[in-house]
Design a protein around this ligand. Structure first.
Ligand code: 5RP
Length: 240
């Protein structure tokens, strides 16, 4: 296994081992979360845990069910004990860019539900400032695409509708929306940008996740040795 995969696996399994019995858990989306879901499934079987979960994508739901995890529809769930997700960028204050897996809206809903929201990454996701490596993803209702593009251009950027890799046409999210990737470069005033994007009619949500994280677990491999670093943050938004 490559070092980057070992790092992701260790971070994800560390988080999955922190889930207490009788919890309602949020499970995010992506290759890092796959390791967490598999480890949680293993614990449920080996330790006979009573756990139920809300997932943030079809990918997560199928994998959770294959791994003995009972899933609930988030429509009926207002809050959770704990949630785990991956991220595309994490800054030193625990702010995130998420959404390269096109699951950002469901991920933001689930991020707002738990008492503890934990992010698991390998160290390539650490940045000094948001926007260093990743565009900001915007989930858009199809009917509003041209309007949203027009407003985004007024912010001085070039929006790009994300093409699907395996069919002709754009990526369609699990909620039936489109993803617009926007290269802002370094994001200097993230709170204000998040608000500006969200205020455009037809925008469902965007990939800036600010002040919402309780803990980041970073996996890395040094001299062949995998290790984790854990950093806690004071949640500023969506406190339950
Ligand atoms: C999906 C996400 C993922 O959490 C993010 O893209 C990280 O994925 P990976 O663990 O595969 O690098 O935000 O919308």
């Amino acid at each position: 296994m490559k070092d980057s995969e070992r790092a992701k696996k260790l971070a994800a399994e560390t988080a999955a081992q922190m889930i207490p019995d009788h919890s309602m858990v949020g499970l995010g989306t992506g290759s890092t979360l796959e390791y967490a879901i598999k480890e949680l499934g293993r614990r449920i079987r080996d330790e006979d845990l009573k756990i139920s979960a809300v997932t943030t994508s079809f990918q997560g739901q199928l994998l959770a069910n294959e791994n003995s995890i009972v899933t609930l529809n988030s429509m009926n769930v207002p809050n959770l004990n704990i949630a785990i997700d991956g991220a595309d960028e994490v800054d030193p204050n625990g702010n995130l860019i998420k959404g390269l897996g096109a699951a950002l809206t469901k991920e933001k809903i689930v991020a707002a539900m738990p008492q503890r929201y934990i992010i698991v990454i390998d160290e390539t996701k650490k940045v000094t400032q948001l926007g260093e490596k990743t565009p900001v993803q915007v989930e858009v209702v199809p009917d509003a695409l041209a309007l949203v593009e027009c407003f985004l251009k007024k912010l001085g950027v070039k929006p790009r509708v994300r093409p699907d890799q395996s069919k002709a046409g754009p990526v369609v999210t699990d909620l039936g929306n489109l993803i617009v990737d926007v290269e802002f470069g370094i994001v200097n005033n993230a709170e204000s940008l998040e608000q500006q994007i969200n205020n455009i009619p037809g925008v469902v949500s965007n990939g800036l996740f600010l002040g919402i994280v309780d803990e980041v677990i970073v996996g890395s491999v040094e001299d062949g040795q995998a290790r984790v670093e854990r950093r806690t943050f004071k949640k500023k938004t969506f406190k339950i």
